[in-house]
Design a protein around this ligand. Structure first.
Ligand code: FES
Length: 77
């Protein structure tokens, strides 16, 4: 993984019927949504959608095993 990875989760409100692209490289400006910064790496964003309109905690540490959602891995070292 890359040095710029933010070691936390971010709470975001997501809506059904929309496609989202989770940043897998850790280089995006906000750490959670792909902004194209991965182009100089071998990483690709992960496309995902949600089944409910509500707040979700998205992983920005990139250690979760339930991508793109936070599973608390950022608090374990
Ligand atoms: S910017 Fe990180 S996967 Fe696209």
């Amino acid at each position: 993984m890359h040095e710029k990875i933010i070691k936390n989760s971010k709470k975001v409100n997501l809506e059904i019927a929309k496609d989202y692209y989770w940043c897998a490289c850790g280089l995006s400006k906000d750490g959670i949504f792909c902004d194209g910064s991965h182009k100089k790496t071998n990483f690709q964003p992960m496309k995902f959608a949600v089944k409910e309109n509500k707040n979700y905690f998205l992983c920005s540490c990139k250690k979760t095993n339930s991508k793109p959602f936070c599973n608390g891995s950022h608090s374990k070292s």
